[in-house]
Ligand binder design. Sequence first.
Ligand code: HEM
Length: 392
Amino acid sequence: MTTAQTCPVAFPLRAPGRPFPPPEYTDFRAQGGLVRSALPNGVPVWLVTRHDDVRAVLTDARISSNPSHPGFPKAAKTGGVPSQDEVPGWFVALDPPEHGRFRKTLIPEFTVRRVREMRPAIEQIVHERIDAMLAAGNTADLIADFALSVPSLVISSLLGVPNADRDFFETKTRVLVTLTSTDEERTAASKALLRYLNRLITVKEKRPGDDLISRLMAGGTLSKQEVSGVSMLLLIAGHETTANNIGLGVVTLLSNPRWIGDERAVEELLRYYSVADLVCFRVAVEDVEIGGQLIKAGEGIIPLVAAANHDGTVFDRPDEFDPGRSARSHVAFGYGVHQCLGQNLVRVEMDIAYRALFERIPTLELAVPVEELPLKYDGVLYGLHELPVRWQ
Ligand code: HEM
């Protein structure tokens, strides 16, 4: 067993002009996998970078997702994962067995079969977005006009959240996923979203619709407050994540056109970008050894999924985009009991989005040099702020 390193590495290792994933991840994996880092609030945390160690962290019952445990890491300067007092039903922050009640209720809504049934509705949303871009001229910001709007419309129509309120919930979400947001901004955004969803749920209680929120209310396994929190989690998780992956994927496919239309590209794009690198937060509730390193009870842990997905012992030439490889063992969706609930939906959304976009706009190209694209260094999620494109 090794002892803690004394020189903490900077967090979160992202900065303008720097590649992603940060090249230091390779050094960390070579040096033992676990490194000590300091969070923006000065509190130390373990960064975990090897594929097998990341999976070990995400499946160890002595390691908790619940932010009410002392030492739970906060990625931002102030705020972090909400507790059940702040957002009841935010079940990604619950451990088994409590977590299981939520997961069991929601799983049937996101099975491969259910998502397959949603295909025509998703296709319609995608084509309407492309129609709107084509009608507006021959340039667009592909993030606002497509990559963000598609998953946002998909998740809001699944939940039964009115499309007209997109601006509202997208703006509030942005505050919550930005690392530089203050406590005040974060609390205000979170409260506004919860208030909004509570009002919506009250309406649906009286007049249920054919939507997920109405089904959760009718199911009776979750309280009204919990349905609000679950809806908030799904609304937030359901659009920003996928939007970042769709946007980055378009850039990569434009420079690798032979993979356009090949369904293997989706899995490799999920691995290659691993946009949710800073999403899994944990704390040890007992002493535990991971990768030969003692982690003491009360110490925070961040398993870095981008580092795991670029581990050369699992993925040959990990920094190359190669859909021909088998990328299935990637951990872009996490691993263990909290593995992404929306993953089947993501795969279908990405597949439809790329197919339709390149089929209908075959002359699509970047409107600025790739080096000038504004990448997100200030977000919990990696991605692009904007993606200027044009076509003939
Ligand atoms: C490219 C898109 C996405 C990526 C990369 C992604 C990534 C992740 C990751 C890494 C986790 C694990 C968090 C943890 O262990 O702490 C997670 C959990 C989760 N994701 Fe996603 N996600 C994506 C899209 C979605 C979508 C579209 C939805 C909703 C429809 C969604 C809903 C959830 C939920 C509810 C959880 C918590 C599951 C649980 O705790 O049981 N995600 N996601």
